[in-house]
Ligand binder design. Structure first.
Ligand SMILES: Cc1cc2nc3c(=O)[nH]c(=O)nc-3n(C[C@H](O)[C@H](O)[C@H](O)COP(=O)(O)O)c2cc1C
Length: 239
């Protein structure tokens, strides 16, 4: 059968996989079979990319390699909390966030942060608890699989657009298999530790990381629900 006529057997399942994706921030230790990760990456690589350049490069960390990276980055994060000058040495290689936030994004960002901290019982100004919660990023929220995504330095902003589609595919394909994920820009500060650890070449830069696994069903943090604007708020119809 040609691609054009290939049916989607259950169209609703496509929406369901997208709508049931959310960030899990507490995972069960159950390992994920290598073949499952490979299947997810194979499906995700069907993402479109300008001129089919397929700019993604993925490192799958499990077991000892994952544990060693967690140890190193947690130590760097802890040391940086005690010494701001040291923290400043760990810089992300590209700006994921704006240097100056404006509305409505600032308000949404604040709402997101305080709702999450509120759910976890972390009060404004409780630096120790905030540090501990942010540190969970560098443990992949206990997920057994840590994914590191890099891109060749020569690639431009358009390739990051392609990359986003690939990343979303990874997360949706994970849902189709009962797995959950959390994309993570928090790691981006630590490229100087991560890139040599995974054996990336000098021509690669870090895009982001992702935690992948099965959720800890008892963890309150996984009940965190995020709102979205109505379609009419971000759409103008021009007839
Ligand atoms: C590229 C990217 C990086 C992100 N980085 C982090 C991160 O470092 N830590 C984290 O807890 N969440 C991170 N998030 C998750 C967002 O906070 C989350 O997607 C948003 O609040 C919407 O919630 P939902 O994904 O549960 O629908 C990231 C999301 C994206 C797309």
């Amino acid at each position: 059968m040609s691609q054009l006529n290939a049916p989607i057997v259950d169209p609703a399942s496509v929406d369901a996989a997208i709508e049931n994706r959310f960030c899990v921030r507490a995972f069960a230790p159950t390992p994920v079979p290598r073949q499952t990760v490979a299947d997810i990456l194979r499906v995700a690589a069907r993402a479109p990319s300008g001129t089919n350049a397929q700019p993604w490069q993925v490192y799958v960390l499990q077991g000892a390699s994952r544990a060693a990276l967690v140890t190193q980055v947690c130590a760097a994060y802890d040391a940086g909390a005690a010494d701001p000058q040291l923290a400043a040495r760990y810089r992300a290689e590209y700006d994921y966030y704006p240097s100056q936030w404006i509305e409505p994004y600032l308000g949404r960002r604040r709402q997101n942060g305080w709702s999450l901290y509120g759910l976890l019982g972390i009060a404004k100004g409780d630096k120790d608890k905030m540090h501990a919660q942010h540190r969970r990023n560098y443990q992949f929220f206990d997920a057994p699989v840590g994914l590191i995504f890099t891109i060749h330095r020569v690639m431009g902003a358009g390739s990051l657009l392609d990359y986003g589609m690939f990343l979303q595919n990874v997360m949706v394909a994970a849902r189709a298999r009962g797995l959950h994920s959390c994309p993570q820009a928090a790691w981006n500060h630590y490229g100087s530790i991560i890139l040599p650890h995974v054996g990336a070449g000098a021509d690669e830069k870090l895009v982001c990381a992702m935690a992948l696994g099965w959720p800890d069903e008892q963890a309150p943090v996984n009940g965190f629900e995020t709102p979205r604007e109505d379609v009419e708020r971000f759409t103008r119809w021009l007839d």
